[in-house]
Design a protein. Structure first.
Length: 56
């Protein structure tokens, strides 16, 4: 990850109904990112994506 010195990543897996990890979503931002705001957003987005991958 050249050129990303001073950056951090926040990653959350998304899962299917069987609780199997089927992918991940994340954010790359500065080390001083507002973690209290971004972590719930990434987690919620991963949950929504996991729900959309469900086969009915």
């Amino acid at each position: 990850m050249f050129g990303l010195t001073g950056c951090s990543t926040i990653i959350s897996p998304f899962k299917n109904k069987k609780k199997e990890i089927i992918g991940a979503i994340g954010v790359i931002g500065p080390m001083r990112i507002n973690y209290a705001k971004i972590i719930p957003v990434v987690d919620y987005t991963a949950k929504l994506i996991g729900e959309k991958f469900e086969i009915k």
